[in-house]
Design a protein around this ligand. Sequence first.
Ligand code: FAD
Length: 313
Amino acid sequence: MTTTASQLPLLLEEIEVVGVERLSPSFVRVEFGSPALADLGVDGPLYDQRIKLIFPNAAGRLPSFEGADESWWESWMQIPEEDRGPMRTYTVRELRGTSADTRLVVDFVIHGDGDASGPGGDWAAHAAVGQRVITMAPRRGVPFGGIEFAPGTAKRLLLVGDETAVPAVAAVLECLPATSRGAVFLEVPVAADVLLLDCPSGVEVHWLPRDGAPRSAALHTAVLEHLGEEPTAPVVDEVDPDLWETPTYSSSGEDIDTPVRVIGHEYDDLYAWIAGESKMVTGLRRALVKDLGIDRHQVAFMGYWRVGVAMRS
Ligand SMILES: Cc1cc2nc3c(=O)[nH]c(=O)nc-3n(C[C@H](O)[C@H](O)[C@H](O)COP(=O)(O)OP(=O)(O)OC[C@H]3O[C@@H](n4cnc5c(N)ncnc54)[C@H](O)[C@@H]3O)c2cc1C
């Protein structure tokens, strides 16, 4: 049976740029509007809620999902890659307003030219009011997934990310109870990318601008020092660009049911959430899980992107 996209269990809707704000050299905040966003939302805190955006193809056109039914994904994937428009993953930085005036706010990283450029970053660098994209996002009242932050009963938090994870960390911090305790380590391209974050007083935020230094070295050291460990250089033999190791999912096929640590470990009260460039995340995963023996059920390790690899639609 053919249904309209408005009857799908998720939102698959064209949305329009209604505001653009350059936050810093590397971040641009884009506010999207559409009457369809009235149905956007989750039942509970947004935390690191992810969504997908489809950008216009090279001819400047978006695919049409009018009349889309449950097979929309297969139908869309059958369109030649150059025509269907690139899809990329982003975080809901904020939802503003209500009903038909709901606004979806996304903070994009502007990430360069040549090999380091991609359709998402390029689109964001030139975003202007009136431009349109398609979002695939949660419909309120319907399970969608896409939230990984799940600290359970942990008493201290460790949030680690590079610039692509700054929007997720900022959104998570805004959702935390005022009594939360922990530390945040955020690596950004330059000092001028340090943003003001709204967070509980018991959570320390450490910004680590690279300012031309190599990616992730200082971040890796800072996290190990924070855990009271002797910093060692990251050991990374192989990098899975799709690295996604959470308490409920393992991209490497690890056993997610059996705890690897016995109770009584010194990090028992810790929950760590680590996201960003896959090599950085891989190095920290090895240090935390293999070297320090932290139970993988207490950590979410997420490769948000990989140097030299374009995200697949
Ligand atoms: C769950 C999740 C949430 C995310 N949330 C956000 C978000 O809120 N804001 C955001 O900006 N990104 C976010 N990202 C990361 C974003 O999806 C990737 O950076 C994506 O590759 C951008 O697509 P693109 O078309 O610009 O580049 P692609 O076409 O994917 O890649 C082209 C080239 O650009 C390089 N590249 C991609 N990203 C970067 C970067 N940040 N710095 C340097 N080089 C890069 C690639 O290595 C490749 O060589 C998120 C990713 C995930 C998985």
